[in-house]
Every structure is written in structure tokens, then in C-alpha cells.
Design a protein around this ligand. Sequence first.
Ligand code: 13P
Length: 251
Amino acid sequence: MRQQIIAGNWKMNKTTAQAVEFARELKQSIDNNVPVEVVICPPFTALAPLAEELKGSGIALGAQNMHWEDQGAFTGEISAPMLKELGCRYVILGHSERRQYFGETDAGVNKKVKAALEHGLIPIVCVGETLEQREAGVTEQTVAGQLKGALAGLEQEQVAGLVIAYEPVWAIGTGRTASDQDAQQVNNFIRKVIAEEYGAAAAEAVRIQYGGSVKPANARGLLSQPDIDGALVGGASLKVEDFKGIIDAIG
Ligand code: 13P
């Protein structure tokens, strides 16, 4: 049985003080017995104070990006050992905003995935098609290409432990969510690609989230689909009430 995972991707939002206030409120408002893993991915600057604030809460911490090298002359970058030291359990890799604005490629994402695993971080690997690609009927081809590129050279057991996030680019920050059926269809397709490339056991174990305008009002329908194992939430993860509403939609 796969455990659902709800992760908040704060993107470039919240000062450290705002982040700590959010964590304090969230801790108090969520029920520790809910059968779901909750993750917050704040900006790098808030990781250390949030690690402190979330100690013993059961809420995990994730980063939004990292470099594939452990250290060196890479101005402005952060490495896997640095994230691990701060208490991160997860790291989002290959988000479409990083691909679009910062030139990330499947090959680069692959190097990051390998570095994250080497240091005991769990990658949340993002894939998803643009509106043009969907309209041109190449959604599956696009997603399969991103997936194979990002996971190239991994062992079956490593793939089994990953989190994949299917985030159609046209649904991110637009208020336009994929229908439950469309999201389920692509998540199921992703599981099939994993089965073909890495075997049935890895496909059965790997957790596949949906992301793109998830909010309390549409969470229940999406999260009840058989191949949707959680959500990667942007805008609605910035308010405790909304984020909690999505967590409560499980079960
Ligand atoms: P929104 O929930 O704001 O659409 O963002 C989704 C996303 O990009 C999460 O990584």
C-alpha cells in the first residue's frame, strides 16, 4: 500500500519569519493520525529554522532544487550534503519552472537525481507537458521522454523509492486543473512506463503525485484516483487553511 504524500512547494515565497509562523500553525492544526505524509518545501533560507520548528512534528522538510556536485566553484548553488545536513528528507528536481526559466535539461535532472539518492535524499521528480504539447497529442511521448531521461541508469530499488510528480505545465498557477480522469490517465501511463523500464515491483511501489492548481475544492476527486498518490501543491500550500484542506481530503 502506497502512503499518500502531500507536499507544499512554496516556490519563492515567505520570509523566514513567515515560514516559522506557518509551520507553528500547521503543526497545531493537523491531526497526527492522518494516513498521509506531509512535506513543506520552503526557499533555502527558511530550511534551517523550519527544521528546528518541525522537530518531532511528523512534518517533513524538502528543498526545491540542488546542484549535482557535492561542492565547488558553483556560485549561488546548494548541494545535496548541505540539504541533508539541515534535515531535508526530500528535494524537488526538474520542476517545469526550473526547466523553463533556468534551462534545466533531462540530463541535468538525471545527474541531480543520482546525487540526491547518493546522499540519502528522496527526489520528487517533476514531469509534465506544455499546452502546445497536449494540443499536439504528444503528452505521453513528452512525459515518457522526461521520465526516461531523469531516471536513466537508476537501479530498480532506487526507482521504487522515488516520488514522481506529474505537473502539466498548463495547469500550474493557472487555476486550470486537469480533470480527475486526465490526471489519472497520465499517472497510470507513468506507472506503465516505470513497469516497462524498471519492473512491476518498482512500478507498484513508486509514488506518483499530481500537481497543478490543486486546492481543497478539487483535492478529493484527484486524490481518490488509483494512480494518484498525493499532490504537489503550489499556491494553495501558502495558507494553512488551504493546505490543511487538501490534507484533510485524504481518507
Ligand atoms: P500551483 O498549485 O500554484 O498551480 O503550482 C503547482 C506547482 O507548480 C507545484 O510544484
